[in-house]
Design a protein around this ligand. Structure first.
Ligand code: HPA
Length: 270
């Protein structure tokens, strides 16, 4: 892993991908966030050594390097999910690369199913904590101390200062946000009514299939993380409705403009 990361980092540095303030991972339907980016360079994953290639519709496969205000960002348009068949190590590879490109702040977005009765489809949930139920742990196996310690503190996986600043932006922009715990399952099936019920009883507000491995690895390398989830469907006691990937993409679209404003204003002012 170490050598591969260094090779990929060198490849990107040679292309001028340097001095980055924020790494961003764009989830389902949020790929258009890059409309808020003054793009300097786009690099398809297929050109990048050791990068997997995204296989899910709604997920492009490219790195976008550019400016938001006077900050420099590197955004992943399209991420790698465990359910696609990648090993958990492959899914988190880009986060390792981001760290060694000098990135200390990571913003992650996703789509999720809401299990909190206060939530509505299209709501934006700021992730305050997570529960990891993806069966393979990204730090399983021998630890490479060059990345981080064997045992990783997770008491503040989602940076409180970043959340407070995002709150102030939301208030200023008159954008309503929810807060909650995100639980990650392997997927690719959406949950059965009984499973949505389980997710709720375990203490979560939303369920999805991504983000948690990336945040674990980011914390392993002492990065600051902020996570934002768009609630694209609801799995509430007694009213679990049919959901498809098309529904998820459509609902994510509803929140896209607000998400774009939130994240870009955050980046400009944090
Ligand atoms: N469950 C899991 N993942 C999801 C969902 C869901 O209901 N909605 C969007 N991603």
């Amino acid at each position: 892993m170490w050598n591969k990361v260094q090779e990929t980092v060198q490849f990107l540095k040679d292309k001028g991908i340097v001095n980055i303030d924020y790494g961003i991972i764009l989830g389902t339907g949020l790929g258009n966030f890059t409309d808020n980016v003054n793009i300097i360079q786009t690099i398809p994953y297929s050109d990048i050594p050791h990068f997997p290639t995204s296989t899910v519709s709604g997920h492009h496969g490219e790195l976008v390097y550019g400016k938001v205000g006077d900050k420099i960002v590197l955004a992943m348009r399209g991420r790698f999910h465990y359910y696609e068949g990648w090993t958990i190590q492959q899914t988190i590879f880009p986060v390792r690369v981001m760290k060694f490109l000098g990135i200390d702040n990571l913003i992650v977005s996703n789509a999720s199913g809401g299990v909190n009765a206060q939530f509505k489809v299209g709501d934006i949930m700021v992730i305050t904590d997570h529960i990891n139920m993806i069966p393979e742990h990204p730090l399983h196996g021998a630890n490479d101390e060059r990345f981080g310690p064997r045992f990783v503190d997770m008491h503040e996986a989602y940076n409180k200062k970043m959340i407070a600043h995002l709150d102030s932006i939301a208030q200023k922009q008159n954008i309503k946000t929810q807060k909650g715990v995100y639980l990650a399952l392997q997927g690719p099936t959406f949950e059965t009514p009984a499973e949505y019920g389980m997710v709720r009883r375990l203490g979560a507000d939303a369920v999805g299939m991504s983000t948690v491995p990336e945040v674990i690895v980011a914390k392993h390398m002492s990065m600051n993380c902020m996570g934002i989830s768009v609630i694209t469907d609801l799995g509430l006691e007694g009213i679990v409705e049919e959901v498809s990937h098309e529904d998820v993409k459509k609902a994510a679209k509803l929140a896209e403009t607000a998400m774009g404003v939130l994240v870009s204003e955050f980046i400009k002012t944090y």
